[in-house]
Design a protein around this ligand. Structure first.
Ligand code: ZN
Length: 336
């Protein structure tokens, strides 16, 4: 059993790049430029396009990035510093405790146990049913804008262009991706209003790509697998000091350079209003964000509803965060 899982995992990692190259060749698109600092591929967590079968296969194998897992069949499960029995034990996770799966290499699962991140044996981690994340909040108004189909294969009608705000700088990425739904613009504004109200000294992040006016994948360089339907927004992380005119730059942050409180204030608006479908963030930033959230009174149970089910690790999100809003209730052909 374990052997076949192992082989399936290995086969997937070998065949997928080939499939992607073939697919790109078929539709006449240049292969993605993975050296682009804004290159994003959420297919590992979203099952985008042809990767859907691979993702489903992985789920049947009992592991999905961001999934909650429970310690089962062991009184205490070692959490080690690396993916192997030769690495030091850094924590012992009690039976029935829940962790968030971050990555798997063979039988080792990188997991997050209340902020302690390490590697444990997959043999003692069982799947947990998906937690309820609540019903989506009511959109502020019905609107003329329409998010159509999926973020990775969709379009946008009657788009709204992002407005100015004292809390952010709209970056010129050269891609004219400054359009989204009316709801997206509302929730961007609400989050930055909240950030400035709670922390008036917060620096101004850059709002980078959202979608182009008609949505879809525009001609030319497009470093995203999504951003098609007006609901995806890239935002640089607030840090302690940013240029007031050009905003916080597109550079990798760390747990010590990120302004975790200001970042959390943005997330807080979307999470408590239940309008965020996904938020992609590098998991190395989870501990400081959790600390910022706890300082504002959120419980571990609340954080468990958000870190994993909504906030997910996707690589290349150390220099910006990506929020994807839920489908507006009045957008009938919007798909998650
Ligand atoms: Zn993005």
């Amino acid at each position: 059993m374990e052997r076949s899982l192992h082989n399936a995992t290995r086969m997937r990692s070998v065949t997928r790049p080939l499939l992607l190259v073939l697919l790109a060749a078929c539709v006449g698109e240049a292969p993605p430029d993975i050296d682009d600092p804004e290159w994003e591929d959420e297919s590992e967590v979203e099952g985008i396009g042809n990767d859907e079968a691979a993702l489903n296969a992985d789920m049947s194998a009992g592991f999905t990035i961001g999934a909650k897992l429970r310690v089962c069949g062991a009184d205490g499960l070692n959490q080690r510093a690396g993916a192997g029995a030769e690495f030091a034990v850094q924590a012992i996770i009690p039976e029935d405790a829940e962790v968030i799966g971050l990555e798997r290499i063979d039988k080792w699962v990188k997991n997050d146990w209340n902020g302690t991140i390490g590697w444990s044996s997959n043999n003692y981690l069982c799947a947990v049913g998906a937690p309820a994340v609540g019903t989506p909040g009511t959109p502020p108004t019905t609107s003329g804008s329409e998010s159509v189909n999926r973020p990775s294969a969709g379009s946008l009608r009657n788009a709204v262009r992002i407005g100015e705000h004292p809390g952010y700088v709209v970056a010129d990425t050269g891609r004219a991706a400054t359009y989204g739904t009316a709801e997206t613009m509302y929730w961007l504004g609400a989050a930055f209003d909240h950030m400035l109200a709670e922390q008036p000294t917060a620096q101004r992040p850059q709002v980078r790509d959202i979608s182009v006016q008609a949505g879809g994948r525009p001609a030319g360089a497009w470093p995203h697998s999504s951003h098609h339907s007006g609901r995806d927004v890239d935002i640089t992380y607030p840090t302690a000091s940013c240029d007031p005119t050009t905003g916080c730059r597109l550079v990798n942050v760390s747990p010590t350079t990120i302004d975790a409180t200001a970042t959390w204030l943005l997330l807080e608006t979307w999470l408590t209003s239940k309008v965020a479908h996904r938020i992609f963030i590098d998991s190395s930033l989870y501990p400081v964000l959790r600390t910022a959230a706890r300082a504002r009174g959120y419980t571990n149970a609340q954080l468990a509803q958000w870190f994993g089910p909504v906030i997910m690790h996707v690589s290349n999100h150390l220099n910006h965060l990506h929020v994807r809003f839920r489908c507006p209730a009045d957008d009938r052909s919007c798909r998650p």
